[in-house]
Design a protein around this ligand. Structure first.
Ligand SMILES: [Zn+2]
Length: 148
């Protein structure tokens, strides 16, 4: 089971939802989250930070290396990108607000089902495809095709 982790960003305007794979890492490994409004003031430290489409995640890399070492992962392979891409601590969904928006949008489409069944099926099918396409074009890290 994955625990739901929701953290406010540094300025408090936005909230980000995280998912830490199998809860190997506790939520406390995320030291700071910066939304596009508050990330501009931050000097990015690639040793501890991951930048994704205007958002920044600051990890406690020392704690993460220590905890992942217990599962047999060599500390030198553990970078913020590794932590994010291997899902040890990453957005829940594709973006920090994906799950919330997705639920809301889905509810709107489901409401359509009561009015127009055929339109509903067409809409729900294209919805998820269009969504992923939009995320990819917007530049979200998790929506990019991964190079092997
Ligand atoms: Zn903010």
């Amino acid at each position: 089971m994955c625990m739901k982790i929701e953290l406010p960003c540094s300025c408090g305007k936005a909230k980000a939802q995280f998912n830490n794979l199998n809860n190997i890492l506790p939520p406390s490994v995320i030291e700071n989250v910066y939304c596009p409004a508050c990330s501009a003031e931050v000097t990015v430290d690639p040793e501890t930070m991951l930048v994704d489409n205007g958002w920044i995640i600051e990890y406690n890399m020392e704690q993460i290396r220590f905890l992942l070492a217990k599962t047999g992962i060599a500390p030198e392979t553990v970078t913020p990108e590794f932590v994010f891409d291997e899902r040890y601590s990453t957005w829940q969904g594709v973006t920090p607000t994906d799950m919330e928006e997705s639920l809301r949008e889905r509810e709107e489409i489901i409401a359509l089902a009561k009015v127009d069944k055929k339109k509903y099926f067409e809409t729900i099918k294209s919805w998820s495809i269009n969504r992923m396409q939009a995320f990819m074009e917007a530049g979200w890290r998790k929506a990019q095709p991964r190079s092997a």
